[in-house]
Design a protein around this ligand. Structure first.
Ligand SMILES: Cc1cc2nc3c(=O)[nH]c(=O)nc-3n(C[C@H](O)[C@H](O)[C@H](O)COP(=O)(O)OP(=O)(O)OC[C@H]3O[C@@H](n4cnc5c(N)ncnc54)[C@H](O)[C@@H]3O)c2cc1C
Ligand SMILES: Cc1cc2nc3c(=O)[nH]c(=O)nc-3n(C[C@H](O)[C@H](O)[C@H](O)COP(=O)(O)O)c2cc1C
Length: 763
């Protein structure tokens, strides 16, 4: 086959080598615009796994590459005057120039023709005289831009500015992150050794800081001098160096995340950065390029036609690219938002940094560096005011709100049971809630309990509007207090436009088949075409509803609840005021966010006035309407939280969605946690995270990274009322309190889980 590789970076060279190894008769030419030793960039990072893949493909080049590696195991973070080290991370690095020289040499040995200083202008022309054209021309690929309609590139230019520098200062004992506060904002560096006397030193900052420094107007030399000043104390008198001779101006860039919908056109195929990029902070660009080269070479041998090989290559590599791009996105977003975390204690900051890509979980971090993780867990425990002798997982740390102390951080999230009779809880509720309280969660929140018969969602919803309700709830609360260590929270709400609807397992949110009652909402906007049009609540109704909230709060207090939560989420009455999608009022309760928050805050103040000073109140919000900028977005949720905080709300329960039938939520593991993270770290308000959190590892990493103070689990508690006690047993934690009559079962479970088995039924 006659093959042209357009671009002599890692992708082009390694593909040429891989093809020659499979069939020396291939006629391969690499066209490279630069001179052989003219390359930009500093060190390239690999993992052990990548090295194994390279060795399996070509033992000879892998061996010489390995011979030039710098290895390190530690990550060091300089932050607020501290240097925190954790170990077990296992990286190796090689100079990009060295790598390319080794690959060039190997390619020459195998008979590849290398043509340097050969600028490719058009792939279309070349494609006419070659069987296969590999577009390995990097990030700014000309070939990709020649056929945009075929490759359909999506290029997302990210927010931070960075410049790729080097230094002869040694960073040979650890991959080093340095965060420096300057008069213009924070600037940080990623530094790692890649040969005996040179280290990569990438300097990065927000666009705002970059503008304030005037980096855009500086020459490369002036930028470097400014960076040397910022990082003076880490450079030991060494200079920062640039080898981006080909770049004029300041050499600062924004990282472009590239992903092409299609990777081939005719006999041309994209490879490496031309097809897709991975952010440098997860160090995988070169790895992706070289592994793609192997994959393409394999399929060209195994498949009967070029098109079949392209199809297989794209299939196989796209998954890997998306996986790395997703980790890369988490990581780059963490750096983009790093100023949000720069108030954190160094221990928590370090944890947050190490787990930023979400590829490293809490227990995985223990495998890497047990001692460091245990010291971080001990720190967490001390922050929580628990000075117990044993280091425990973050989820088992106590938490205090006003006079209420929770024994751990697990919350049974409110879940409607639709089993009430005329608003009155039944034996179902007694057994349901008491079982969950026995199961070990620190806080059990009862379902949305409605302040009036018309304020119910369905005929099966519980209420707090009659003495029978109060008595039935008191029986449940008394049991929880007498027999368990859990606290119990009463969620109060009014259904608004989503009221008079069917039970959850019937047609949820659809009107009743008969006996509908009239509903009211912030405005006369129906939930859907099928639902009745609500009355726009007037002043008299607002006053009445406020009185009903006050009466319900007093009943909840007499029933003995430890905490109240006002349901201001999911499209119900109070939520309908907050989101602009359901509030088109022209009075002081509509319009600006401040106006839309007025009624929910009036209810809060009214309830706070009758609720005991020692007991906390939470508010649940929908932090994202999932309809784009027509509705509430996470940045609005931060403003909402600021208002709640100023009003004296103790904790924000950060849910999302269910406010509009137009919503298009993006689901995934822990998908709402970023909203809690943002609120907690931008406002300093305590938060609860909720939404598709189901493993102890999720909970521990959320807490330890400071993304929430409490973690709510809903559906996992429907499956397993004993989720917390089971998690504790599985993690080897022996500190959780079990009900005395269950001690024998507890001891058996401890023995079984110590052997690494599970008492739960396996499929
Ligand atoms: C400024 C910069 C510095 C970088 N430094 C590092 C680093 O230190 N460490 C690291 O791990 N990663 C670094 N990267 C990322 C890394 O280079 C890529 O992820 C990886 O090299 C991808 O390999 P590739 O072969 O696809 O592309 P590249 O390595 O970019 O190779 C593409 C090659 O094509 C050549 N080329 C482009 N257009 C033409 C044309 N029209 N005609 C002829 N030749 C052409 C280029 O000169 C280049 O040699 C850097 C990226 C940039 C933009
Ligand atoms: C059956 C069921 C009933 C629910 N009822 C309520 C409720 O009454 N009040 C409320 O705020 N959220 C309610 N939710 C939402 C949950 O509290 C939680 O926010 C959501 O299920 C996401 O958490 P999960 O992924 O852990 O299930 C309910 C969820 C389920 C599954």
């Amino acid at each position: 086959m006659k093959i042209a590789c357009l671009g002599g970076g890692p992708a082009g060279l390694y593909f040429a080598i891989s093809m020659k190894l499979r069939d020396p008769s291939h006629d391969i030419t690499v066209f490279e615009r630069n001179k052989p030793d003219d390359t930009f960039g500093w060190g390239v990072v690999f993992s052990d796994e990548t090295l194994d893949n390279l060795a399996a493909n070509d033992a000879i080049s892998a061996e010489v590459i390995r011979g030039h590696f710098a290895y390190w195991d530690d990550i060091a973070v300089h932050y607020r005057g501290q240097r925190i080290i954790s170990t077990g991370h296992g990286f190796c690095g090689i100079g990009r120039k060295q790598l390319l020289l080794l690959l060039q040499q190997r390619a020459r040995e195998l008979g590849v023709s290398l043509r340097f200083e050969a600028e490719v202008e058009s792939a279309a022309e070349i494609a006419k005289s070659y069987d296969l054209v590999v577009a390995s021309d990097g990030l700014n690929s000309k070939v990709r831009n020649e056929f945009p309609q075929h490759f359909c590139p999506e290029i997302d230019l990210r927010k931070c500015k960075f410049v790729w520098l080097g230094t002869h200062q040694k960073f040979d004992d650890a991959f080093t992150f340095i965060f420096e506060e300057t008069e213009h904002g924070w600037v940080w560096a990623h530094a790692y050794q890649f040969d005996a006397d040179t280290a990569t030193f990438i300097v990065e900052c927000s666009e705002a800081t970059w503008v304030k420094f005037g980096f855009g107007e500086m020459t490369k030399e002036q930028s470097i001098a400014a960076c040397e000043k910022i990082f003076k104390k880490y450079l030991g008198g060494h200079q920062l160096l640039s080898n981006a001779h080909h770049i004029r101006g300041s050499a600062w860039i924004n990282f472009p995340r590239v992903l092409c919908k299609k990777w081939s056109h005719g006999n041309i195929v994209l490879m490496g950065d031309a097809a897709a990029t991975a952010h440098f902070s997860i160090g995988s660009g070169t790895k992706l390029a070289m592994e793609s080269a192997i994959s393409m070479a394999n399929y060209l041998r195994s498949e009967p036609t070029l098109q079949a090989a392209f199809a297989k290559y794209e299939d196989a590599r796209r998954f890997e690219v998306l996986r790395l791009q997703s980790a890369g996105r988490n990581s780059l977003e963490w750096f983009e938002e790093v100023e949000r975390y720069l108030h954190l204690d160094p221990v928590q900051f370090n944890y947050s940094l190490l787990t930023r890509s979400q590829r490293i979980s809490h227990e995985n971090l223990r495998l890497r560096d047990k001692a460091w993780l245990e010291s971080a867990e001990a720190w967490f425990q001390r922050q929580a005011g628990d000075y117990g002798a044993n280091v425990r997982r973050p989820m088992f740390a106590p938490f205090k709100l006003r006079d209420m102390t929770l024994k751990n951080r697990i919350v049974v999230s409110p879940m409607a049971q639709y089993r009430a009779v005329d608003g009155c809880p039944t034996d179902w509720h007694l057994i349901h809630y008491c079982e969950r309280a026995k199961g070990g969660a620190g806080l059990v929140t009862i379902e949305m309990t409605c302040i009036s018969p018309e304020g119910r969602i369905s005929p099966g919803c519980t209420g707090m509007y009659s003495p029978e309700h109060e008595a039935a709830w008191k029986r449940i609360v008394d049991f929880v207090h007498a027999e368990t260590g859990a606290k119990i929270c009463c969620q109060l709400g009014h259904s608004g436009a989503k009221g008079s609807t069917q039970l959850g397992w019937e047609e949820s949110d659809a009107p009743l088949k008969k006996d509908n009652w009239p509903v009211m909402s912030a405005s006369d906007i129906a939930w859907s075409e099928r639902n009745q049009r609500p009355k726009a609540i007037d002043r008299a109704d607002m006053k009445m509803v406020r009185e009903q909230f006050i009466a319900a709060a007093k009943m909840a207090e007499r029933a003995g609840f430890d905490m109240l939560e006002l349901h201001c989420a999911h499209g119900y009455l109070l939520s309908s005021f907050i989101t602009p999608l359901t509030n088109n009022r022209r009075d002081e309760y509509g319009g600006s966010l401040e106006n839309r928050m007025r009624y929910p805050l009036e209810i809060f103040h009214a309830v706070r006035a009758v609720w005991p000073a020692g007991k906390p109140i939470s508010i649940r919000i929908s932090a994202n309407d999932w309809v784009g900028d027509d509705g509430i977005e996470p940045q609005d949720a931060v403003e909402i939280a600021r208002m709640l905080q100023a009003a004296g709300v103790d904790i924000c329960d950060v849910s999302a969605g269910q406010t509009s039938t137009r919503a298009r939520p993006v689901y995934g593991r822990m998908f709402q946690t970023p909203f809690s993270d943002r609120i907690r770290n931008e406002t300093g308000m305590a938060t609860m995270a909720v939404g598709n959190i189901y493993e102890p590892d999720h909970v521990n990493s959320i807490l330890m990274a400071g993304r929430a103070d409490l973690v709510c689990l809903a559906r996992p508690h429907l499956v397993d009322p004993y989720w917390t006690l089971h998690a504790a047993a599985a993690l080897g934690d022996r500190g959780e309190r079990w009900p005395a009559p269950y001690f024998a079962g507890r001891d058996q479970l401890y023995r079984i889980s110590a052997r690494g088995e599970t008492a739960l039924v396996r499929v």
